[in-house]
Ligand binder design. Structure first.
Ligand SMILES: [Zn+2]
Length: 401
């Protein structure tokens, strides 16, 4: 337990509480997130850091900050957590990734109209980093574009930056501490917890805009075909890759796809196999959940087709314009045998020209159609492990049968 004199900790505590109150009054979204972090005084850093759970503050350093900077300092640490900086690094260089994370945070603070933290700005300047250049980029994109290796500040420590200086990003003095027992299970729990915190904060804060909305969107659960679909669209025509089981890695990546990945979706056809072999309570529920999640993420004109072995009936086809919301519930129509042909026929009849067709099924059935002139992605839910359609890509979710 680090020792600070009583007057310092008392003053720092007063400043800390005042900063939190100021946040609560003006920025409930951020305040809610800060409240999730237990405070701990530390001398392991010159100003503040986090291990993904705790908010660790050096009381002496904290008192050197202006009132506005103190508020920003709390949001800075929260942002390391909600942007999952502690678990997203992968095999990247720790120090560089920390710098990239801090640039992302500084730009975010500015976009959210918080005071910038001068000590960070001085360090960026000393390293020759113009952070405005990285505005709007996520941490990975910033990392990729950072000059390598970053220039160290001239003259080493001192320079009015106290013990911090370039040490700010190094080892013990780094501005966050990746969890030592960071096995994938703990990391996953921590990530999940922060996503939940963000969604909760969004509900409490109501209509927040800008960065908050982006974070909330990123924290929302994604359909398992989210990332492969984007990859698929990016690659243009699909080929015959089998994505096998979607694992967490893809979901995790999906949260933070660089902005270039934002797709103009155009028209999408989603066909849902409602044949008797699809279980209403599990597979169909899951299928409609995915459609909803997909649509939340990507505005598009959506043609929704329910299908079994018969010709697609009127009630089984719905078209939702880009601005139209999906209904609260979907009425399932048609519970016959499985032929995969009817939706393809319908698309031809109605002269729909989709960018891609997503076909959600258990994979038990046959497709006798020739390869259409649009891409097809088959999403197989808890289904036929041997499903091998004549064209398109296959994504398997859940176990096989
Ligand atoms: Zn930081």
């Amino acid at each position: 337990m680090p020792q600070f004199d009583e007057a310092t900790t008392k003053a720092a505590m007063t400043a800390f509480i005042r900063s939190r109150i100021q946040l609560m009054q003006s920025r409930p979204f951020w305040a809610h997130l800060v409240m999730k972090m237990p405070l701990e005084w530390t001398d392991a850093t010159s100003y503040s850091c986090t291990d993904g759970t705790r908010l660790m503050i050096n009381p002496e350093g904290f008192l050197k900050l202006s009132k506005g900077e103190q508020v920003s300092c709390l949001v800075h640490e929260v942002l390391h957590c909600v942007a999952l900086h502690l678990t997203r690094r992968g095999s990247r260089d720790a120090e560089m990734f920390n710098i990239a994370g801090d640039i992302y945070i500084a730009n975010t603070l500015e976009a959210e109209r918080f005071d910038s933290i001068q000590v960070s700005e001085q360090i960026f300047a000393a390293m020759g980093i113009r952070r405005g250049y990285y505005a709007g980029m996520n941490t990975e994109a910033i990392y990729d574009k950072l000059p390598k290796p970053p220039r160290q500040p001239q003259g080493g420590q001192g320079q009015g930056q106290g013990q911090g200086g370039c040490q700010h990003w190094q080892g013990q003095g780094g501005c966050y501490q990746e969890p030592k027992d960071g096995n994938s299970a703990t990391r996953s729990v921590q990530e999940q917890q922060w996503r939940q915190n963000v969604i909760e904060a969004g509900q409490i804060a109501g209509n927040e805009s800008g960065v908050c909305q982006e974070l909330i969107k990123a924290a929302m659960p994604k359909p398992p075909f989210h990332v492969p679909l984007l990859d698929f669209l990016n690659r243009g025509m699909g080929g015959d890759t089998d994505w096998s089981l979607i694992n967490r890695r893809y979901l995790y990546r999906g949260m933070y796809l660089p902005q270039e990945y934002t797709q103009v979706m155009g028209e999408i056809v989603v066909a849902v196999d409602t044949s008797g072999s699809m279980d209403t309570n599990t597979q169909l529920k899951e299928a409609f959940g995915y459609i909803r999640a997909f649509r939340e993420e990507h505005s598009c004109k959506l043609h929704l087709i329910q299908c079994d072995s018969n010709r697609v009936e009127e009630g089984q086809y719905q078209c939702y314009e880009e601005h139209e919301r999906l209904p609260e519930t979907f009425k399932v129509i048609g519970r016959g045998g499985t032929s995969f042909d009817p939706p393809f026929k319908l698309v031809g009849e109605k002269r729909i020209e989709p960018r891609v067709m997503i076909y959600i099924t258990d994979g038990f059935g046959v497709c006798t159609m020739p390869k259409p002139n649009f891409d097809v992605m088959w999403v197989v839910i808890n289904g036929n492990s041997f499903f091998s359609p004549p064209f398109g890509e296959v994504i398997r979710c859940g176990g096989g049968r």
